[in-house]
Structure formats: C-alpha cells, structure tokens
Design a protein around this ligand. Structure first.
Ligand code: IPE
Ligand code: IPE
Ligand code: MG
Length: 244
C-alpha cells in the first residue's frame, strides 16, 4: 500500500453532500464493558469532529442519521439517555459548528419526540435560519417511508400532480441537494430506512469501523474512495469522457 494512498489532495473530488448512518455506538460501548449510553455520547462527540473536518474540506451539506422512527421502539432507558444528550449537549456542540455559517435542520417526524427536545431542535433551526449555502440535517425520528408517505399526503392535499423535482421539495430534506456519498459505519450493509428517494445516485460506502472509531482519517479515506469512482448517472463512459 503506497504511502499517502488515502490522502486528500487538490485533485480529490469533494462530495457536496455527505450523509452518514452513524451505527455501532452500542457495540463499541459493549466491547468496553460500558453502557450503551456511553457509546452514544462518544458517537455524538465524534460526529462533531467529523463535521468540522468535512466542512474544512469543502463539503456543503451533512446529513446525520441520529435516530430512526424504528429506534423509537428501543427500551425507554436507552431513549432517555439519547434525549438527555440532546438536552445537555446538543445546543453547545451545534453552536460551535453552526457559527461557521451553517444552517441546521431537524429532518424527521419531530412531533414524536419529547416536547423539550422538540423545542431544542426548533430553537437551533431558528438560530441558524439566516444562513445559506451550508447545512446540517439532523435526522431524528426519521424514517424514509414515513417521509415519503408524508410527502404523498401533502401532494394529495394540494390536489396537484407531482414531478420528480416538486416531490423532492415535499420531503423533509427539501432544501438540500441529493447526497453524493452515503457512509455507513458499524459493519451492516443496508440503508435501514434512510434517504430511500434521495439516495437514487448516491455513492455508498460501508465500513466495519464502529462509529466512535470513525476518525477524521477514515473520513478522508471514504472521500478518496468516492473521488475514484466514476459516476455515470446511467450514461456510458464515452459520454462521461466527452463532457470533461
Ligand atoms: C447507532 O448506534 C445510533 C442509534 C441508532 C441511536 P446503535 O445504537 O445502533 O449501535 P449498535 O448498532 O447497537 O452497535
Ligand atoms: C440505523 O441504525 C439508524 C441510525 C444509525 C440512527 P440501526 O442500528 O437502527 O439499524 P438496524 O436496526 O441495524 O438496521
Ligand atoms: Mg445499530
């Protein structure tokens, strides 16, 4: 393996929008004989570090899968631990990132969350609403099927037929471009109800690393791998070459 193989250089194509399925916090903690909540705390801190790295590299949008609609069926004790992270740390951590001019959005059915957690998310959205061009989507109480059904019902209520573009604007992620790169940590090779519509042409990257171990270097590696791939969007290599 050549030295610098996974280094980002001026030639590296940087994805505009990276979405991350932050999986493996629980197993990471279990291996250390620690409670799952400890893994979630470490995961949240790692996420902040990764966001800083990604924005420094020129990424414009980051979507983080923090809690799925299905995760809401986990034991109450684990859920309370997760909500406490939002209560105690979310604002401070996010303020640090958003100070760079990043707009925060909570994407998901936020009404399923406790009232005070909803308020924290809404407040962060309001505080950053004036920023344009860079964004963080925090997917909480998020499920792609729920999102699609919600969008279909919104279209039916309006009584209008949709196009691919107008439908995108009915999704929770309306204001972000489609993800270019979706990273999943934690060894599983599946999407678990994440961005099913938006992921149509995303490059997928799976790693065995548990999320708290997904270092800045690992992120760089994923981006370098993304940069090496040929995105054809259904066309031939010759057509792609001609466009260059
Ligand atoms: C992902 O980590 C974070 C959430 C789903 C909240 P997990 O909690 O799923 O961790 P594992 O998969 O059990 O290791
Ligand atoms: C996906 O992880 C959801 C998040 C990372 C928030 P899960 O741990 O819930 O996924 P499954 O159940 O293994 O598919
Ligand atoms: Mg998991």
């Amino acid at each position: 393996m050549g030295l610098g193989k996974n280094k980002i250089t001026g030639e590296t194509k940087i994805p505009r929008h990276i979405a991350i399925i932050m999986d493996g916090n629980g197993r990471w903690a279990k291996r250390r004989f620690m409670p799952r909540s400890y893994g979630h705390k470490q995961g949240m801190e790692r996420m902040i570090g990764l966001m800083e790295r990604a924005f420094a590299l020129g990424v414009d949008y980051i979507t983080v899968y923090a809690l799925s609609t299905e995760n809401l069926k986990r034991p109450q004790e684990e859920l309370e631990g997760l909500f406490n992270l939002f209560r105690n740390h979310f604002k401070e951590y996010m303020a640090r990132i958003c100070a760079r001019g990043v707009r925060l959005r909570a994407v998901g059915d936020v009404s399923l969350l406790p009232d005070d957690v909803q308020r924290i998310l809404r407040q962060s959205e309001e505080d950053t609403a004036h920023f344009e061009g860079k964004g963080i989507n925090v997917a909480v109480a998020y499920g792609s099927r729920n999102e699609i059904v919600h969008a279909v019902n919104a279209a039916v209520e309006k009584g209008e037929k949709v196009t691919e573009e107008s439908f995108s604007r009915l999704l929770y992620t309306a204001d972000s471009p489609d993800p270019d790169l979706i990273i999943r940590t934690g060894k599983e090779v599946r999407l678990s109800n994440f961005l099913l519509y938006q992921a149509a042409y995303a490059e997928l990257y799976f790693t065995d690393k548990m999320f708290p171990d997904f270092s800045d270097k690992e992120l760089d590696k994923a981006i370098v791998e993304f940069s090496r791939r040929t995105r054809r969007f259904g066309k031939t290599d010759e057509q792609i070459e001609k466009k260059k």
